[in-house]
Design a protein. Sequence first.
Length: 207
Amino acid sequence: MNTPPSFLSRVAIAIGSFFAILGNAPLAAQVSRLRAGEPLAADVPPREVRVEVPVEKIVETRIEVPVEKVVEKIVERRIEDTRPTAALQLLGLLQRQARFVDFVQEDVAAYSDAEIGAAARVVHAGCRQVLHSHFTLAPVRAEAEGSRITLAPGFDASAVRVSGNVLGQPPFTGTLAHRGWQATEVRLPELTDTQAARILAQAEVEL
């Protein structure tokens, strides 16, 4: 709140106002309205100004989506994806080319290291042939093993496994122990009978 001026200040204001009013007609008119009781502009509360903005009419549109049909398709697709046909097909290929199932199912405790090594060479050659014939493989990381690399925040945790003293949040800097492998292309033959894929090796009957 402003402090009212003193008596001497009021005398100086009155003398100055007297000569100012004599030389300024608009100022005299304002003083006249003020003396008539018209309030000062600073004492008048601001008026509320309402601005009407035209708003476009909202039109409701009803869209019907066949939810039941979509759900049925998704469920059917998931059932197909969970079938082990591809895994059984790969096991069948490894068995035919490398006798993989026979080798793994055999109890090798009674065999010598030389005998196991000789059999492992055959299995290794067959498994390698299957991989080269039906898959295209590539390293997950292009850097050489043993090199120092930095994993930035947001790195693909499904492609890179971090081990050792893992503290805090990425970026992580460490030594590349293994470059990893990823399949960039799969070329499994199409099956006309999916049930036949369960037969990894036919029983052999000699006549």
